[in-house]
Write a protein that binds this ligand. Structure first.
Ligand code: B12
Ligand code: SF4
Ligand code: SF4
Length: 346
């Protein structure tokens, strides 16, 4: 089985790009330790717990010789959040609009691993991961030639941009490697200047504790009070540092009917008020099988309440006063509602 054959099979299975990295102690793998020591992981303690395994894929699979890296484009034709003028709009990160990428991509990965296993010989070993494995996915993707790690810390493919889910198959075969991707950020600093919270503290270094994606998705309980107003309209995740990137100026691919990444109706350009007025049961139904399922109705309502307060949008504040679904009475959610109304009504 050759690298070219694996790439051809990956394309048949729906992957947009595939490259192969050798298993080596790449210098960039060492950044994780200092990043953790600087406290940039915040409450994401799983990163600290798995740091030794994340340091090198051989810690997960000693026989590892190659990493087959895969990229899946999730862009759709909907406008970027930076193009949405409505102050009352609820902004939801593009990756979360459609079906849960973990499920969609895991299924494709299993097909690819099965195909490789049939051809890999008796000693063939492999582990496949998408997002949640103890692997520094961006580093291997860069060495597999998928794209370079940009100053916003995202992997950018020169033609496809950075709306890419990454996944990988760590395998025991010594496959032919690709050339690493070269940094093409040049003198640009648009992402650093555009980040609403200054979370990109220096080029290529992101402090999660300031990132809206962390605050609205990863934090399980209350959002620190001094960071709430900075959340603005961002109800779930944030795309700003990718939207301003010149490499995402041309949409990488038109929408295909039936694409799993198209937004579910509730998440297709909603207002903060409309999201808050959506009954718990309907929200729960829309979250099912989506990438937002992890946050659940509770964290989503918490965020929407913060957006209402942070923007001061009249319709959103009216919705907070009117609607009383069971999730709104959750003490954590109720505290955020109280904060929003107090901020605006005094
Ligand atoms: C933890 C995590 C987060 C955290 C921290 C993000 C971060 N930048 O570290 C939070 C919650 C903030 C987050 C947010 C998002 N995430 Co996230 N996240 C992860 C996860 C699980 C681990 C990343 C990690 O190891 N971080 C630790 C730091 C050290 O790693 P890193 O930023 O990747 O660092 C590299 C460079 O920054 C550079 N570097 C680091 N320090 C230094 C210092 C110097 C001096 C230099 C030169 C370089 C350098 O080298 C590093 C390699 O170590 C990965 C999945 C995985 N298993 O890898 C997904 C992943 C990175 N996330 C992803 C996505 C889609 C997002 C969001 C776009 C979601 C959203 N819209 O809200 C945002 C993007 C924010 C951003 N600009 O990164 C994708 C990225 C795809 C891509 N094209 O790059 C991944 C790969 C998941 C996937 N399988 O698709 N995420
Ligand atoms: S995702 Fe948003 S908050 Fe996080 S670094 Fe990018 S622009 Fe900043
Ligand atoms: S906005 Fe500019 S600096 Fe930031 S990742 Fe894109 S090209 Fe690099």
């Amino acid at each position: 089985m050759t690298s070219a054959e694996i790439k051809a099979r990956a394309a048949e299975l729906g992957f947009d790009v595939c490259g192969i990295a050798p298993v080596e102690p790449f210098a960039e793998l060492g950044f994780l330790r200092s990043w953790l020591d600087r406290g940039y992981a915040g409450e994401m303690r799983y990163l600290e717990r798995s740091a030794d395994r994340r340091a090198d894929v051989r810690a997960i699979m000693p026989s590892a010789r190659s990493v087959v890296c895969l990229g899946t484009v999730y862009n759709t034709d909907r406008p970027y959040s930076t193009e949405v003028a409505d102050r009352g709009a609820a902004l939801i990160a593009r990756y979360a609009w459609g079906d849960d990428y973990h499920d969609v991509i895991q299924t494709r990965m299993e097909s690819l691993v099965g195909w490789m296993r049939e051809r890999g010989g008796a000693d063939f070993e492999a582990r496949a991961y998408v997002d949640t494995g103890p692997v520094q996915e961006r580093v291997y993707a860069q060495y597999a030639g998928i794209g370079w790690i940009g100053r916003n810390t995202c992997v950018i493919h020169p033609d496809l941009g950075s709306w890419l889910f990454l996944s990988e198959i760590i395998c025991s075969l010594p496959l032919e490697r690709d050339a690493p991707a070269l940094d093409q950020c040049g003198t640009c600093r648009l992402c650093l200047d555009a980040c609403p919270t200054g979370a990109i503290v220096e080029p290529y270094v992101l402090d999660s504790t300031r990132c809206l994606s962390y605050l609205t998705i990863e934090l399980k309980d209350g959002i620190p009070i001094d960071q709430r107003e900075g959340i603005g309209r961002h109800a779930y995740g944030c795309d700003v540092c990718q939207e301003v990137c010149p490499w995402n100026a041309q949409p990488s691919e038109p929408d295909a009917a039936g694409s799993p990444w198209l937004p579910r109706a509730v998440f297709d350009g909603p207002s903060i008020a409309a999201l808050w007025r959506t009954p718990d049961a309907e929200l729960r139904q829309s979250l099912k099988g989506s990438a937002m399922t992890r946050a659940g109705v509770r964290r989503l309502r918490r965020n929407v309440a913060v957006c209402a307060g942070a923007t001061g949008d009249a319709a959103a504040l009216a919705a907070l006063r009117d609607v009383d679904e069971p999730a709104c009475d959750d003490p954590m959610v109720a505290e955020h509602v109280h904060w929003a109304l107090e901020l605006r009504d005094g």
